[in-house]
Design a protein around this ligand. Structure first.
Ligand SMILES: C[S@@+](CC[C@H](N)C(=O)[O-])C[C@H]1O[C@@H](n2cnc3c(N)ncnc32)[C@H](O)[C@@H]1O
Length: 441
């Protein structure tokens, strides 16, 4: 544990600067060649701290009025968060925490680290609930989620649904992998998994998708992943390409394509002769997309780095089918990316909504008559889902809603039961929304 502390401090500081937990963990594990036990301790330490950050910070805040957690150095903040997690969430003894962290101690203004930890140790859990009268702010502590998010969920559904949903944010969702037909097949992967003692179940309605029920190592560490024979992809994400239902000979546009989970699935559904164009605005992410396609042995996809909001200036092409999977709040992914629970604020939603609207408007200019657009997000917020689609349909009478089948999620009552919603507590996958609109002839 002791040797992992400086690595954890660095990772926590990097995440504060906007980096992704998973990327930082993977980088650190490979750079320092951590063994299996160290890796799993580091994973759970970093994940747990970010999943429960509001409560950890509240303990720190209540411990002393002589400093503000925002005003101390990021290294000291990280160390305090680790210590508080160990003391109050992991229920470790004070001596254990001191022994493991002491060599990294810094003074926090006029107080010493030990004194602060003793103050934190004495805070009772009930004190965190002081002055929290409404249900949302109580659930915010119980399920480690910002109050505005809980309140939003209660308003969107009801208290029971919101409570069940937020309770999944502190749990791990199952991992899924998709067999890549360009490099392997179900038989080879099944045999390989059995030899590695990886247990799995096939997923009904999504050919080649496997739910991993047990594995000794994280999936990225197995050769079949490194060799591009399987792709890690959530069930809801894989469903999106099926809803687009690409057919041979059709011209397909993937407007926001990187890192390519859905692009590669579309290519897999179509085989070698596919006619897919994958666009992404971001240079770095475009590089990732190209590398991913190369690893998977997919050569037929045309990649273009461009702002998809203005594609019609560059191309007069009309597409048969367009997949629009735009940037979103990511509120369906709080379990696997807990850092964004704290990073994406309520005030940021407007920015996402404007971008989503602009991209959908552009898609409507590029799709052929009788063509379809599939719109998907990993968001649970209606503003980014139903409201984007209904306001688009209000403004574009030449489009109508089509059935987003196969329907594995809940049919969206707000959209004539034609779009679908997936929820972590019901569907064992990230929160997701999939709608399909059709351009009339
Ligand atoms: C939700 S991710 C897409 C995930 C991808 N569809 C997949 O399944 O792997 C959104 C992507 O949109 C890209 N993006 C953001 N703004 C864009 C724009 N104006 N034009 C094109 N791509 C954009 C981002 O760089 C990001 O890679």
């Amino acid at each position: 544990m002791k040797s992992l502390i400086p690595l954890t401090i660095t990772i926590l500081s990097q995440i504060e600067k906007g980096k992704s937990i998973r990327v930082e963990l993977r980088k650190t594990i490979s750079e320092y060649k951590l063994n299996r036990e160290e890796e799993s301790t580091l994973y759970s330490l970093v994940f747990e701290i970010f999943r429960k950050l509001n409560v950890i910070d509240l303990y720190i805040k209540k411990s002393s009025s002589s400093f503000s957690i925002k005003k101390i150095s990021s290294k000291t903040r990280a160390l305090l968060r680790i210590a508080t997690y160990l003391l109050k969430v992991d229920n470790r003894q004070f001596e254990y925490v001191k022994e493991n962290l002491e060599s990294y101690y810094e003074n926090i203004q006029e107080l010493g680290f030990d004194e602060i930890l003793k103050l934190i140790q004495d805070i009772r859990e009930e004190e965190l609930y002081a002055n929290r009268v409404d249900l949302a702010s109580k659930l915010s502590i119980e399920f480690f989620t910002p109050t505005w998010i809980v309140r939003k969920f209660i308003n969107q559904w009801d208290e029971d649904f919101a409570t069940e949903l937020v309770s999944t944010f502190i749990q791990n969702l199952p991992a899924y992998v998709r067999v890549n037909p360009f490099k392997s097949n179900l038989e080879e992967i099944s045999t390989n998994f059995r030899s590695k003692k990886i247990t799995f179940e096939t997923v009904k309605a999504i050919d080649g998708l496997l739910k991993i029920t047990e594995s000794e190592l994280p999936i990225p560490q197995y050769d079949v992943f490194k060799e591009g024979k399987i792709v890690i992809q959530q069930k809801a994400s894989a469903l999106t390409s099926l809803v687009l239902n690409p057919q041979e000979g059709e011209k397909i546009l993937d407007m926001c394509a990187s890192p390519g989970g859905k692009t590669s699935h579309l290519a897999a559904l179509l085989g070698d002769g596919s006619n897919i164009e994958a666009v992404d605005i971001n240079e770095e992410r475009m590089k990732i997309l190209k590398e991913r396609l190369k690893l998977l042995g997919i050569t037929s996809v045309k990649t273009t780095q461009a702002d998809a909001r203005t594609l019609h200036n560059q191309t007069r092409e009309e597409y048969d089918k367009i997949l629009l999977d735009p940037p979103c709040s990511g509120s369906g992914t709080y379990s696997s990316r807990p850092e964004i629970k704290w990073r994406v604020k309520q005030r940021d939603l407007r920015w996402y909504i404007n971008l989503q609207q602009d991209l959908l408007k552009e898609a409507s200019k590029l799709v052929k008559k009788e063509g379809t657009i599939v719109y998907s997000t990993c968001s649970l917020y209606r503003e980014e889902n139903h409201e984007i689609i209904s306001s688009f349909l209000e403004r574009n009478s030449n489009f109508s809603l089509a059935e987003a089948t196969p329907m594995l999620g809940l049919p969206s009552q707000l959209l004539q039961n034609k779009a679908q919603e997936l929820y972590p507590h019901i569907h064992e996958t990230e929160g997701f929304f999939i709608a399909k609109v059709k351009r009339n002839s």
